[in-house]
Design a protein around this ligand. Structure first.
Ligand code: ATR
Length: 294
């Protein structure tokens, strides 16, 4: 989709994304569409930051009066030492994806977590009192695990190929929320959970990501028979193998595009001190679908 030209003048505020790589990001579509819809004089641009230079990037952005930044891989933790303050949830997680300008520097937030929650709520998925399986123990899985614990999940099982990493995440989340609800498991150990109960499953590994659309991290149907709802954090391809397998076994399945949407909306709201109406969020969602050719 071709973006209409945006007005740029002496009052234009700048927001952007820092990461490496940033070339495939859809965030400019989110923020520039919102700004255009609101008639706000703001543009959003990607900044490719070379490894080892994130501190300089943050300092330079502040000097250039940049209003806000998103932060992506590999800087979500590395950027912390260059911030002037952190939101409570971001501090617990030890990772940020959004920097908001203050008088003295940038304050860090984690809208991956709040965005995932808003995406789940918009699909009618609840976490309170649920038994949840999280597949993976990388950055995305950590965000999901922190969210589940913070929203009062009854039990969270983290299943990962490398069991030690799952153990590390479980320990961190349990410590942060003074709970014991999170437990690490090996990928195949779901078989020990017993049948009869159905779970919410959050797919947070990178397996199944385009172009590997025929792959899922667990291929056994018996796993999917335990799932009432499957939420894949991947949004490309639009229908992942994980989602197909959940649906074939009778569950409902969702992809990660709404997480992307709402993490962006939450950042935009923080930068501009406004609330984006739900109908604008859904219109923006349709723009993203159109951009993806869906
Ligand atoms: P992200 O930031 O997207 O979470 P990441 O931190 O690199 O990315 O994490 C990738 C996750 O996918 C990890 O849980 C990884 O498992 P390991 O911890 O064992 O590496 C998982 N993953 C990636 N490729 C996998 C594969 N082929 N089989 C099983 N798990 C895989």
């Amino acid at each position: 989709m071709q973006q209409e030209e945006q007005r740029i003048d002496g009052h234009t505020r700048v927001c952007g994304l820092i990461g490496n790589p940033v070339e495939h990001t859809m965030s400019p579509i989110i923020h520039n569409t919102l700004a255009k819809k609101e008639g706000r004089n703001l543009i959003y641009v990607p900044f490719h930051v070379e490894n080892g230079r994130v501190g300089e990037a943050v300092k330079g952005a502040f000097a250039l009066n940049v209003l806000g930044l998103n932060v992506t891989v590999p800087y979500k933790s590395e950027v912390l030492e260059h911030l002037d303050g952190m939101d409570g949830m971001a501090e617990k997680i030890g990772a940020v994806n959004t920097l908001v300008r203050t008088d003295k520097g940038y304050k860090g937030y984690n809208t991956d977590v709040t965005g995932l929650y808003r995406a789940m709520c918009s699909e009618g998925i609840r976490l309170e009192g649920e038994e949840i399986l999280i597949l993976g123990a990388g950055g995305a899985a950590r965000a999901a695990a922190f969210l589940c614990a913070s929203k009062g999940a009854k039990k969270v099982y983290i299943l990962n190929r490398t069991a030690e990493k799952a153990g590390g995440v479980a320990e961190e989340v349990n410590r942060a929320f003074r709970t014991e609800c999170v437990r690490a498991m090996r990928m195949g150990d779901y078989k020990n959970l017993g049948t009869g109960r159905k779970y919410l499953a959050i797919q947070a590994t990178s397996v199944g990501l385009y172009p590997d659309k025929e792959k899922a991290v667990i291929m056994e149907r018996e796993f999917y028979e335990m799932i009432h709802t499957g939420f894949d954090l991947i949004y490309k391809p639009f229908r992942t193998k994980f989602m197909s397998m959940v649906q074939e076994a009778g569950g409902q399945a969702f992809h990660g595009l709404k997480m992307l949407l709402y993490q962006g909306i939450e950042a935009y709201e923080l930068w501009n001190g406004i609330a984006v109406p739900e109908e604008d969020a859904l219109a923006l969602y349709r723009t993203l679908l159109e951009y993806m050719g869906i």
